[in-house]
Write a protein of this length. Structure first.
Length: 349
């Protein structure tokens, strides 16, 4: 609607008891205009893409997960990990949008529907009109590059060298893409959990893993890109919360996900994997063990493809859990407002 923010402001001013809801798919546009016109009057609610928990709930497949309450704790089980992982793979490819999960027609050609209806609308229309972006081709090239490399570390220098776009322009483009909720920037800390003064290196995650499938092609369970998409999916569950997440990287190691407390000390750490080989060789997780040791973390979480289990060395326990169950548990816990309690349970099984 043309001038919607003016009409809404007038309604709110003239009818104090009225409660209005304005919805739209262009997150950046709504946020920008509500900030300009509705200061003190408007409250923004961001609706991220579907969690794996919401996905299974909508498809009425929650029988694949059992959540058992024991006192104040939760235990997650599945009667059929193979079927659950099939659903998880489908979620990675098509699960971000309600319309898509119910439509076989869209799933048969996600590039046509998701890319043209969702991605191109934001890239070609919303962002240019809002921010005065002149070179749409540059922006589209950058987004495609970032989508292909979701969950991988990138740098402004490498992106500028590969694209021929100035570093400052790339930085602005990434800010635009974040405002449109297409990507999320996750910053790096070192082994001591300190932020770098110059944030030239960072990770970019798609807010919805199925966007990568729409831009390129759906993946299989053994595709070389599935590890990155699993990590992206885990981050996507956390986008529903206010948790401050980072990744740790130093000269000899890396930890995929680190949550920092208010005092900048690590609260917990997770290795996002789609493999059971680390369950058989946990000593290979040297970076996670080292990070836990430095920060006196007694527990580290490792996602797997199918197996549960535990491993303890030098008072550090590593807990292994299938990525599909971990994602479901996160989505459930965040919706229930119990993320910390359930996370502890996920970690202590």
């Amino acid at each position: 609607m043309r001038n919607w923010k003016i009409h809404l402001k007038t309604l709110v001013d003239n009818y104090p008891g009225l409660r209005c809801v304005a919805s739209g798919s262009a997150a950046a546009a709504l946020r920008l205009k509500s900030a300009e016109s509705g200061a003190g009057r408007f409250t923004d609610f961001l609706l991220p893409p579907l969690t794996f928990h919401e996905y299974l709930t909508l498809l009425k497949k929650t029988d694949l997960i059992k959540i058992i309450e024991v006192d104040e704790a939760y235990v997650l089980e599945t009667p059929d990990i193979h079927r659950l992982n099939e659903c998880f793979l489908h979620y990675l490819n098509f699960g971000g949008y309600p319309e898509v999960i119910f439509s076989e027609e869209i799933q048969s050609d996600p590039g046509r529907y998701i890319k043209s209806d969702i991605i191109d609308k934001v890239l070609l229309r919303d962002l240019p009109s809002l921010y005065g972006i002149q070179d749409i081709q540059e922006l589209n090239y950058l987004f495609t590059t970032l989508a292909f490399n979701t969950a991988n570390e990138v740098s402004l220098k490498e992106l500028a060298k590969g694209s021929g776009i100035a570093k400052n322009t790339i930085k602005e483009y990434i800010e635009y893409l974040e405002a449109a909720f297409l990507v999320k920037v996750v910053h790096r800390v070192d082994r001591t959990a300190r932020r770098f003064k110059r944030a030239d290196n960072f990770k970019i995650y798609l807010t919805n893993p199925s966007m990568r499938s729409a831009l390129f092609s759906p993946i299989t369970a053994d595709d070389e890109a599935i590890g990155a998409l699993v990590e992206t999916a885990i981050f996507a569950q956390w986008f529903h919360s206010d948790e401050k997440l980072h990744y740790a990287r130093w000269k000899t190691g890396e930890v995929d996900i680190v949550s920092l407390k208010a005092n900048q000390q690590p609260a917990w750490a997770v290795e996002a994997k789609w493999s059971d080989r680390y369950y058989k060789r946990p000593e290979k997780l040297k970076s996670l063990l080292s990070f836990c040791r430095v920060h006196n973390l007694r527990l580290g979480m490792v996602t797997t493809r199918k197996v549960f289990g535990g491993f303890t060395k030098e008072n550090i326990t590593l807990r292994f859990m299938p990525a599909s169950i971990y994602c479901y548990g996160l989505g459930y816990a965040i919706i229930q407002g119990k993320k910390r309690k359930l996370y502890e349970t996920l970690s202590s099984q």
